[in-house]
Design a protein around this ligand. Structure first.
Ligand SMILES: [Mg+2]
Length: 174
């Protein structure tokens, strides 16, 4: 079993659009500070697994095809900068309030990934910028890193910015 670095998308991989959605590739702005984190985790043998809520599709603001184009563009951008992309992507387009067990803060997408990829959850991390990322990670038994202005006990590790994530977290342990 391999560990995973689970990744939220908006605010972690790309610039978050407040009160809106990344609807096309022009609106997708990669955050350069995530690149060293992805490289360190990949080199230490972690699977890189996207875990993202995208209810803009459920709301009809964008189509599934638009989202697929954005994610294809993301993978190309990452591959150009790193030589590799994300290993897997889990996307929930369900609307809030529908009782979805996949939508964060529920752990459904992490558990799906665990089954699909035989992930060792106890050695894994979830990197996000919302309390719902921490909640989903914690419910799946995964340690969490929250980026932003949070109390120190809001996650396993809280850091002010992506550049402050300690890359030593991803060293291989036997
Ligand atoms: Mg986010």
């Amino acid at each position: 079993m391999k560990p995973a670095l689970f990744l939220d998308r908006d605010g972690i991989i790309n610039v978050r659009i407040m009160d809106g959605y990344v609807r096309n590739t022009d609106e997708f702005i990669l955050l350069a500070d995530v690149l060293p984190i992805l490289r360190a985790a990949h080199e230490a043998g972690y699977l890189l697994v996207l875990i993202t809520n995208q209810q803009g599709v459920g709301k009809g603001i964008m189509g599934q095809g638009d989202l697929d184009l954005v994610h294809g563009h993301m993978q190309v951008q990452l591959a150009e900068r790193l030589g590799f992309g994300l290993d897997a992507m889990y996307v929930c387009t369900d609307l809030a309030g529908t009782g979805s067990t996949r939508r964060k803060p529920e752990p459904g997408m992490l558990l799906e990934a665990q089954r699909d990829l035989s992930i060792d959850l106890a050695r894994s991390w979830f990197l996000g910028d919302s309390i719902t990322d921490h909640q989903a990670g914690q419910a799946a038994g995964v340690r969490t890193i929250l980026v932003g202005s949070f109390p120190p006990d809001a996650a396993t590790i809280v850091v002010p910015t992506l550049a402050d994530v300690p890359l030593g977290l991803f060293q291989t342990h036997s």
